[in-house]
Design a protein around this ligand. Structure first.
Ligand SMILES: CC(=O)N[C@H](C=O)[C@@H](O)[C@H](O)[C@H](O)CO
Ligand SMILES: CC(=O)C(=O)O
Length: 307
């Protein structure tokens, strides 16, 4: 990973949103959550209200409360709190962008709207520009997640010339699997000093070889340690060890996939690994059976115990 001045790098946890058993925000969990990431996982930055955080399932008011609490609890502890402010409409996204700036977020990120979809890269760039202009002082990241948005534009096409439209543009989170497009984005970001953060945790080593600066993902909440060790091994040139660790992580994910890996399962895994109460997901997602999370946690212990 290439660090670099002011550039976002390393592992960023895409946070889960703690809820009470009744499905309301459980804000008091966020303080201990910050400490857990720092102390137990060696993860120093967070991405709030994204996919993992079920951002799109919460009201604007709830998203504001979450952003504010993460910024408050992270202050002086975390390196960066990045707030995802993407919504299906530009006005709500602008409101969240302004709010993120007012509560001291370090950066904002925006995913493509996915109900009425932009039909080409220019339309998406116009949308992103409108949102970025509501908080021009905050570093702005585009969040590329074609598998969820159904917006199958190439990320490289979205980057082309974006510096002329969004002066605060600082990079993107790339959650696709097209390594040609990823490589082209690395080439585009480098001369600008932008950060390219990868978002498919089980492929991270491949993306690191192509030159990404860091990664944003759900599994770094509880597998941050093992993935930090993988990055360290890679930096030292110990490719065999880096592969070994990525393979172990893949074995855990493969097992989870065999049980029907989903966000509710992932959220429960976090509760299981961390001992923090993440609570249920919000509708329309349904809770997953607790025994699944327990058997995945056991799988991880077994995999880590093998040498
Ligand atoms: C679609 C989605 O939520 N992707 C997450 C972030 O981009 C990843 O962190 C995955 O949860 C992870 O790679 C496991 O498949
Ligand atoms: C992984 C990620 O960035 C998200 O959950 O939004």
């Amino acid at each position: 990973m290439s660090p670099g001045t002011g550039q976002l790098s390393g592992l960023v946890a895409a946070t889960f949103t703690p809820l009470t058993p009744q499905g309301e925000l459980n804000l008091p969990v966020i303080g201990p959550y910050v400490d857990y990431l720092l102390e137990k996982q060696g993860v120093r930055s967070v991405f709030v209200n994204g996919t993992t955080g079920e951002g799109c399932s919460f009201s604007l008011e709830e998203r504001k409360q979450l952003a504010e609490e993460w910024c408050r609890q992270g202050k002086g502890k975390l390196d960066q709190v990045i707030v995802h402010v993407g919504c299906l409409n530009v006005k709500d996204s602008q409101e969240l962008a302004r709010h993120a700036a007012s509560v001291g977020a370090d950066a904002i990120a925006v995913i493509s709207p996915s109900f009425f979809k932009p039909t080409n890269a220019d339309a998406l760039k116009m949308f992103l520009k409108e949102v970025a202009s509501a908080a021009p002082e905050l570093p702005f990241y585009y969040y590329h997640l074609p598998s969820m948005t159904g917006v199958n534009l190439e990320a490289r096409e979205i980057l082309e010339g974006i510096e002329n439209q969004i002066p605060s543009f600082r990079g993107l989170k790339f959650s696709g699997t097209d390594l040609r497009d990823l490589g082209q984005c690395v080439c585009y970001c480098r001369p600008h000093g932008w950060s390219l953060l990868y978002g498919v945790d089980e492929h991270l080593l491949g993306a690191v070889v192509l030159g990404v600066n860091g990664a944003v993902g759900s599994t770094y909440n509880y597998l941050g340690n093992i993935m930090n060790s993988m990055l360290t091994a890679f930096e030292k040139g110990d490719i065999a060890q880096a592969r070994n660790l990525q393979f172990k992580m893949q074995e855990v994910i493969t097992f989870a996939v065999s049980l029907g890996f989903s966000l509710p399962m992932n959220k429960q895994l976090m509760s299981e690994f961390s001992g923090l109460h993440m609570g249920p997901p919000r509708l329309p997602l349904l809770p997953c059976p607790p025994d699944h999370a327990k058997s995945i946690a056991q799988k991880l212990r077994d995999v880590l115990a093998e040498q």
